[in-house]
Design a protein around this ligand. Structure first.
Ligand code: SF4
Length: 368
């Protein structure tokens, strides 16, 4: 199936962004439909002077397409075993952290806690260790949890199309797989061992998942590895390539910024809140229908301030260690979070600000 998405190198993307002028930014803000050149202009340095106008346009589009709803979700970490060595990640194979894979009963116990907190949609997360948490295991977990949740998403190792097909049949409806960085040179330097070193296999993964029938695909980049303006343009290119081929599929984009993790990796580039804000506004204006995810990596103050301005989905009350909800043990986390509020506290703030916190993504019944 489609594996043909190719991205220009970052030198070319940078040149495209550098051609952004104040006039181009202003023109992009007045268009109903933006091109990739418009996106490049909105990501450019001159666009920083237009942040208030970008905020207003982004807010207007978000209200029009998503109303006053904000989806709230929490990840359920099933396993932190990983055979890869990604320099920036606490789960990397060479980090000496307590490793754990939940049994089916333990997974059910964690899921029950999320269910009691009001979630009807769960995101299952693992490190990448197919021998320990492969398709058979994932399929068994999904079948066990299926009747408890209206929708189940996964963020696990990249799979083959037929494997996604199996998980889709078992009850998975959405897949998140982030490229981490679209800069091939940087990608090579920070992915030190394991199958994840294969840039091309990873970049073709969202298309394999969509081809298998998944209802929603999440893409994104880990901010702090390469030029964020180029990452934004690359995400826009990937998104429009996927949309042309999989027009029935829903897409989301995540913008995780690097957080402290085991291994003490320092970000290679600094991405400020202002930069992140520009990136969010630019992508919202470029693609009005895309779901934009803002995770607990960001601090409460920032997340609250961004409500209604572009992001449509917030994680809340997240623990990034397997078994963390039942044990309250945070050893073996993937990264530390920036917003420590409980789910109820996040939902209360969302409501106070006039938005409706929705703890359910979708219902499998629609599929019938
Ligand atoms: S980012 Fe994913 S693949 Fe890389 S070390 Fe962490 S869990 Fe493993």
């Amino acid at each position: 199936m489609s594996s043909g998405f190719k991205i220009s190198n970052f030198t070319e993307l940078r040149a495209q962004i550098l051609s952004g002028t104040a006039n181009r930014v202003s023109a992009a803000l007045n268009k109903q439909t933006c091109s990739l050149d418009d996106l490049a202009a909105l990501l450019s340095l001159p666009a920083e002077d237009y942040l208030p106008q970008m905020a207003a346009r982004s807010r207007e589009i978000t209200a029009m397409r998503f109303g006053r709803t904000t989806q709230i979700f929490a990840p359920l970490y099933l396993s932190n075993f990983c055979v890869n060595r990604c320099a920036y990640c606490g789960f990397a194979a060479d980090n000496n952290i307590p490793r754990k894979k939940l049994s089916l009963n333990q997974a059910e116990q964690e899921a029950e806690i999320l269910k009691q907190r009001g979630f009807n949609h769960v995101l299952l997360v693992t490190g990448e260790a197919p021998a320990r948490a492969g398709v058979d295991y994932l399929e068994a977990v999904v079948r066990r949890l299926k009747n408890r949740f209206a929708a189940i998403s996964i963020e696990v190792q990249p799979l083959e199309e037929n494997e996604y097909g199996r998980l889709f049949a078992a009850g998975v409806t959405a897949v998140a797989v982030y490229q981490e960085t679209y800069d091939r040179e940087i990608y090579k330097k920070i992915h030190l061992a394991g199958k994840k070193c294969d840039y091309d296999y990873r970049i073709a993964t969202p298309a394999r998942a969509a081809a298998a029938g998944m209802r929603e695909i999440g893409i994104g980049a880990l901010l702090g590895l390469a030029d964020w303006r180029c990452e934004g343009l690359a995400i826009g290119m990937h998104l429009s390539w996927l949309r042309k081929r999989f027009w029935k599929t829903n897409f989301t984009v995540s913008f995780p910024r690097l957080r402290p993790a085991a291994g003490s990796f320092e970000p290679l580039v600094n991405v400020t809140e202002k930069n992140l804000t520009q990136l969010i506004f630019a992508l919202r204006i470029f693609d009005p229908d895309v779901g934009l995810v803002l995770s607990t990596r960001e601090e409460a103050r920032y997340r609250d301030g961004m409500l209604g301005l572009g992001p449509t989905r917030y994680s809340a009350g997240s623990c990034t260690a397997p078994g963390g909800y039942s044990s309250n043990e945070h050893d073996g986390e993937q990264f530390s979070v920036g917003d420590h509020r409980t789910i109820d506290e996040v939902c209360a703030t969302v409501s106070e600000k006039g938005f409706d916190p929705v703890r359910k993504d979708w219902d499998r019944e629609f599929q019938k």
